[in-house]
Design a protein around this ligand. Structure first.
Ligand code: DQA
Length: 145
């Protein structure tokens, strides 16, 4: 099975960006860790990042026919994007929402997510490890469904 792992705005700056919140691992290192975990689970991972909302929407639309599940850290679009929410609904795929930080112990603007209502589940606060947990979860869902 093929999983689209999607990263939204500013996640290309991982390792440099507020390391006290997001840690020191870079996005390339995170991608390598995801491929390693996917191998052990018998999954393939298509790992992508964009700073552009519309590009994320287009990738989610393509996933409908090209992938079997979506792991998404939509960054700040989590809190703003009805368009990403709509594209996740139309994908008709199992979706797991991930955040590196614990969004509930941060500013109130981060407490609401447009992704959560359309996701099977949400993982936040565990840093990069959350992506690996999300791959475990989606492997389990694909086996079960
Ligand atoms: C984030 C949390 C968001 O509130 C923030 O805008 C991000 C990263 C996280 O992974 O913790 O860009 O999604």
């Amino acid at each position: 099975a093929s999983i689209l792992v999607l990263n939204g705005p500013n996640l290309n700056m991982l390792g440099v960006r507020e390391p006290q919140i997001y840690g020191s691992m870079t996005l390339d290192e995170l991608e390598a860790a995801c491929h390693e975990r996917a191998d052990t689970l018998g999954l393939t991972v298509d790992f992508r990042q964009s700073n552009h909302e519309g590009e994320l929407v287009s990738w989610i639309q393509q996933a409908r026919t090209e992938n079997d599940g979506i792991v998404i850290n939509a960054g700040a679009y989590t809190h703003t994007s009805v368009a990403i929410m709509d594209s996740l609904i139309l994908s008709d795929l199992p979706v797991i929402e991930v955040h590196l930080s614990n969004i509930f112990k941060r500013e109130p603007v981060r407490h609401h997510s447009y992704i959560s209502p359309v996701a099977r589940g949400m993982i936040c606060g565990f840093g990069p490890h959350g992506y690996l947990l999300a791959l475990d979860a989606i492997a389990n869902i694909i086996d079960r469904d």
